[in-house]
Design a protein around this ligand. Sequence first.
Ligand code: MN
Length: 198
Amino acid sequence: MNEHYPFINPPLPYPYNALEPYIDEKTMMLHHDRHLQTYVDNLNNTLKNYPQYQSLSLEQLLFHIDCLPKEIQDSVKNNAGGVFNHLLYFSTLNHIDQSDKLLGSILNTFGSFEEFEKQFTSAALSVFGSGYAWLVYDPYGNLTILTTKNQDTPIPLGFYPVLNLDVWEHAYYLKHYNKRADYIRDWFSLLKKNLSIS
Ligand code: MN
């Protein structure tokens, strides 16, 4: 499912209110049903007349963006990025695969969870305007924090995404208003739950 064109917007894998009180039901509904849906629709429209690229996965489209026809590069970058970024964001808000292993890597890399939280929070606050903070594996297998603008992804740089935090205002404005730091703290509450940190 969702391996290639036509891409779909899969149902949120949990109820819209499942992340209360950290992320509110209305934000989740609008974010998933409207924002993500728009990226899915725009990506499908972009690829509609390009059958030669319709068998590529999101990751393949994003990794090979420079090989696509010039006239669709920006649209694929923004919309395939928008789909990839939101699918990762929504899924990891509620569940993390092999969470023991990830927690072990975080502790090995950053020394403590508090130090990781400090560095990741600082990165997420540093994004000017819209974008994401990321926890990725670099090409050598080391965990690294980085940020991207808009719907850019770390994929073309050869990084393997583990977690991302959407810091576009649509992700938090209804509940947290302009207070991105409060939203980041609430996002960390969910992450700690998913990593079984009390
Ligand atoms: Mn978003």
